[in-house]
Design a protein around this ligand. Structure first.
Ligand SMILES: O=C(CO)[C@@H](O)[C@@H](O)COP(=O)(O)O
Length: 240
């Protein structure tokens, strides 16, 4: 068993980067209930610690089963890319999220991913229960997802199964969101804020396409036009 990393023994600049990431991740957890994406303690957000623009071998994630109104910088858990909690100043008894292994697997296997989010948002999770991809019928889907939102395999929690399913599905897609079968959406981004945005947009389009289809046939946007929408939104939209 290798020696555990001790946060207080790391270089001061890395400790400062961890503290800043803890603040960001704690703050972003409030966005999940704010946008109606979770109930009770479901869901989780993580972000990889970055120092001087370089991703480190640490990430921050919420503690398992702790009420959203009790989450703060002091109880954000620091883990290695193997999903092992370091000596991070929280009680040894404070366990990281039950999805830590999945987040860690994504960070180890998806270069450029700096944030991971998991929710059980209602409409996206209903599509996951049907194991049906959300078809690209909205310009907002072209913008954010570049096409349909895919479905990943059914996987039990507790090992690398969920993480492997996320990575294998997203590797073949432009989407930052995957609907894990019978479970719910996982989203990725360059940082945790981008992953939270993808989770918000995933639930929004899941709801809209569901309602549209209740009214009749939906019409898909041709992929060449989806590609143009995605390029504009990712590279032109907003302030620069
Ligand atoms: O979906 C699962 C596990 O996969 C839930 O337990 C999850 O949303 C919340 O778990 P944590 O509180 O992060 O341990």
């Amino acid at each position: 068993m290798s020696e555990k990393i001790v946060l207080a023994e790391l270089d001061a600049d890395l400790q400062a980067a961890v503290a800043a990431t803890r603040q960001k991740v704690a703050d972003l957890h409030a966005e999940l209930p704010r946008w109606g994406l979770v109930v009770w303690t479901a869901g989780n957000v993580s972000e990889r610690v970055v120092l001087d623009g370089v991703p480190t071998a640490l990430f921050v994630i919420k503690p398992s089963g702790v009420s959203y109104d009790e989450l703060g910088t002091d109880n954000m858990v620091v883990c290695t890319l193997d999903g092992e909690k370091i000596v991070d100043g929280t009680p040894d008894s404070l366990a990281p999220s039950s999805d830590t292994a999945a987040h860690a697997y994504v960070y180890r296997n998806m270069e450029g991913v700096g944030g991971v989010v998991h929710t059980h948002s209602t409409y996206a999770t209903a599509w996951a229960a049907r194991r049906e991809p959300i078809p690209c019928a909205l310009t907002m889907m072209g913008d954010e997802f570049g096409g349909e939102i895919p479905v990943g395999p059914f996987a039990l929690i507790g090992d690398d199964s969920i993480g492997r399913g996320i990575v294998e599905t997203l590797r073949g897609s432009t989407s930052p969101a995957v609907l894990m079968a019978n479970h719910g959406p996982f989203t990725v981004g360059k940082d945790a804020r981008a992953a939270v945005k993808a989770a918000v947009m995933c639930e929004e389009v899941a709801r809209t396409v569901h309602i549209a289809r209740q009214g009749g046939e939906i019409h898909l946007i041709p992929q060449d036009l989806v590609d143009r929408l995605n390029d504009r939104y990712q590279n032109v939209y907003g302030q620069h």
